[in-house]
Write a protein that binds this ligand. Structure first.
Ligand code: NAP
Length: 265
């Protein structure tokens, strides 16, 4: 079987390394390639998938929303979030899913437990924040999102969250804080950058950074317990593999490979 990831740009994607490692570990002879696809070509995606003899694709920025109009079936969870990151070509139809949501919540709950009605604060209101928001709402948590601009909330499909802009920030206890901004990729401090006083964080507040490289960000150092975004990255890929094949991926081999790759790069 052949699989691929599409996006624009696509140069820095980790998906081929992840999926090839999984295929190798499972002695599966499938292929996985990365393709730059322009916005204007998304309307022809079905023909392209058929011509390329692909059984499934991952979809990344900027096509996660626009591809939805060209699918035959969309999983209700993906409809709710308004984004698809995994497509399965099955019986002549394109089926869309969102494994960012499932991959994220599995990583969060594995690290911090499955309690419900947790108060969650998300920093940032972009594509990843939408997946994190949907994951926690579906789990039964209470979500607050902080963004630098009020307009950012307009792109959320549902209003089951409290949206606050940076300078409206009022302190209260949160069970978890999630960094869903790119601030930290170059070792910047997200609290400093967004002008948020971190004194609301106590020993019971856990932190998750969606960034996975660097392994530890300044954000993570504010918490007694924190994790980075590597497990989410691996989980979303293995959930896609399960959708495509019905089989469970080799999560451990993939995670070990990525950790080694990032240490060496
Ligand atoms: P995005 O759609 O571009 O959203 C980024 C968000 O961060 C936006 O709300 C943006 O605000 C905000 N932001 C950026 N710079 C800011 C600044 N200086 N001050 C305040 N807010 C700022 O990006 P994304 O796709 O959501 O990705 C966000 C992060 O998550 C990235 O680091 C990405 O690598 C990571 N991620 C990880 C995984 C994983 O599997 N671990 C998956 C997806 C994403 P504006 O709207 O005002 O610009």
């Amino acid at each position: 079987m052949n699989y691929a990831v599409i996006g624009y740009p696509i140069k820095h994607t980790m998906s081929p390394l992840i999926h090839q490692t999984n295929f190798d570990a499972l002695k599966n002879e499938s292929t996985y390639t990365a393709h730059e696809v322009l916005a204007e070509d998304i309307k022809d995606i079905k023909k392209w998938i058929m011509d390329s003899e692909l059984s499934g694709i991952n979809v990344t920025v900027p096509h996660k929303e626009t591809i939805m109009a060209h699918l035959d079936y969309i999983d209700p969870k993906a409809i709710k979030i308004g984004a698809v990151n995994t497509v399965h070509y099955k019986d002549g139809e394109l089926h869309g899913y969102n494994t960012d949501v499932t991959g994220y919540i599995a990583a969060f709950n594995a690290a911090f437990g499955k309690k419900k009605e947790r108060h969650i604060l998300i920093l940032g209101a972009g594509g990843a924040a939408k997946a994190v928001h949907r994951a926690h709402i579906d789990h039964g948590d209470i979500v607050t999102i902080v963004a630098r601009r009020l307009e950012s909330f307009a792109t959320f499909k549902s209003d089951d969250f409290t949206g606050i802009v940076t300078n409206d920030f009022t302190n209260r206890h949160y069970d978890a804080v999630i960094n869903a901004t790119p601030i930290g990729l170059n070792h910047e401090d997200v609290f400093e950058t967004m002008g948020i006083d971190p004194s609301f964080i106590d020993d019971d507040t856990v932190g998750m950074d969606l960034i996975y490289n660097p392994k530890t960000t300044p954000f993570m150092t504010y918490f007694k317990h924190s994790i980075n975004g590597l497990d989410m990255l691996v989980n979303q890929a293995m959930d896609a593999y399960k959708i495509w094949t019905g089989q469970t991926g080799d999560t451990k081999s993939v995670k070990d490979k990525l950790e080694k790759y990032m240490e060496e790069s």
